[in-house]
Design a protein around this ligand. Structure first.
Ligand code: DGL
Length: 269
């Protein structure tokens, strides 16, 4: 039955698990297949063409697994590839984007900060997001090289990662923003550090919950929602080394014995 087919999710690495956690919370009945494209991580340092190529390959893999919908659980891949994926494939795609709209509603000082990859911040999607919702606001954009790599290594609370986060928050502190947007799906795993280092009263936002809600909305609209009485399962794949990626996935997913398999050869290059 189509409704019982899995949902596919992918990211450059383990960051998209922050989105998958919210999807799992909202949709416990759905089967989920996650692809961490670890061999090509970080996407933020690739060309849009290279990211599109990977997005097509992973989509082909997920389609071969019979998925009914794909969540592009990566801001950078959404910037680089979402339009093309929607044009080239017929199944529904859900993308992610930094929570500028929500930040605009929350900020009292009319000053928000956005942490993301350089590629996300320089993309047309982000520019129009700020044009549409950031009118009248001071928006402080901060690229954060090194943070994705830290999360990939499972270094989510080391002194070095804390130092990096502190450095990237400095310009936002100087401008006295009162909302910080985590505009990369890896960064919610650094939320405790960010919350520790921002000034008191600053709100920290990510997009996991809204993306999960949007996923549910689309499944309902397309009559693809799995029956609520079933218990969903999860499968994890990586284009990297499963013995390296596996323990990090297990840690970030919550130690639920998540086995990680290697992506089959045709989808690796
Ligand atoms: N999780 C990806 C994002 O949301 C990370 C990008 C990268 O690999 O550089 O943008």
């Amino acid at each position: 039955m189509t409704t019982q087919k899995p949902i596919g999710l992918f990211d450059s690495g383990v960051g998209g698990l922050s989105i998958m956690k919210e999807v799992r919370r909202l949709l416990p009945q759905e089967d989920l297949i996650y692809v961490a494209d670890s061999k090509y991580c970080p996407y933020g340092e690739k060309t849009p063409e290279a990211i599109r190529d990977r997005a097509r390959k992973i989509t082909a893999f997920l389609l071969a697994q019979g998925v009914k919908l794909i969540v592009v659980a990566c801001n950078t891949a959404s910037v680089a590839a979402l339009n093309e994926l929607r044009a080239e494939f017929t199944l529904p795609f859900i993308g992610v984007e930094p929570a500028v709209k929500q930040a605009a509603m929350f900020t009292k000082k009319k000053k928000i900060g956005v942490l993301a990859t350089g590629l996300t911040l320089s993309g047309e999607r982000f520019t129009s997001l700020v044009e549409n919702y950031g009118g009248g606001l001071t928006v402080v954009n901060q690229a954060c090289p090194g943070l994705v790599e830290a999360v990939e290594a499972g270094a989510i609370n080391t002194p070095r990662t804390e130092q990096l986060v502190k450095k990237y928050l400095e310009p936002l502190r100087e401008k006295e923003v009162d909302v910080v947007v985590l505009g990369c799906t890896h960064y919610p795993f650094l939320r405790p550090l960010v919350e520790k280092l921002v000034a008191p009263g600053v709100q920290v936002l990510d997009t996991g919950a809204p993306v999960a809600k949007q996923t549910k909305r689309v499944l309902v609209e397309k009559k693809l929602l799995a029956p609520s009485q079933r218990a969903g399962k999860e499968w994890f794949y990586t284009s990297g080394d499963p013995t390296v990626v596996g323990p990090v996935v297990e840690r970030l997913w919550g130690g639920k014995g998540a086995g990680v398999a290697g992506l089959p050869a045709p989808y690796l290059a």
